[in-house]
Design a binder for this molecule. Structure first.
Ligand SMILES: [Fe+2]
Ligand SMILES: [Fe+2]
Length: 133
């Protein structure tokens, strides 16, 4: 299981965004460690719960800033957030209802979504925030 490695292209230059992302990465890496110890299945439900809570806080922070600067891509960025919350919530529901949820697949999904979203979507927001200052 590959840990989520912080790479330079993940730095958006907006401290509040980068700090939240580092926190999310560290939560995801804790999950990876549990998986390596063979405890992935035991913690999947709790991990998804914690991530949903923290992602909601983080998304609200970004969305407030988007509103503040009347960000033109606000709607599509918000939809990306909502879609991810929906996906993870569904995953959690499946897990709770006893469906077979493979922790390694969950970890991959968490890694890939965050990395992609930061590089493709959040960096644009960070640039707009910098320009708006
Ligand atoms: Fe975002
Ligand atoms: Fe973000």
């Amino acid at each position: 299981m590959t840990h989520f490695v912080w790479t330079n292209n993940l730095n958006t230059g907006q401290p509040f965004i980068d700090e939240d992302h580092r926190k999310l990465v560290s939560m995801i890496n804790t999950f990876h460690e549990f998986i390596e110890q063979g405890k992935g299945r035991d913690v999947t439900g709790k991990v998804l719960d914690n991530l949903i809570t923290y992602y909601n806080v983080h998304f609200a922070r970004e969305e407030m800033e988007m509103q503040r600067i009347s960000y033109p891509l606000l709607e599509e960025h918000k939809q990306e957030h909502a879609g991810f919350i929906e996906e993870v919530t569904m995953l959690k529901k499946n897990f709770d209802s006893g469906a077979t949820v493979n922790p390694v697949n969950v970890a991959h999904l968490l890694n890939d979504w965050l990395r992609n979203h930061i590089v493709k979507v959040d960096t644009k927001l960070a640039a707009a925030l910098k320009a708006a200052k």
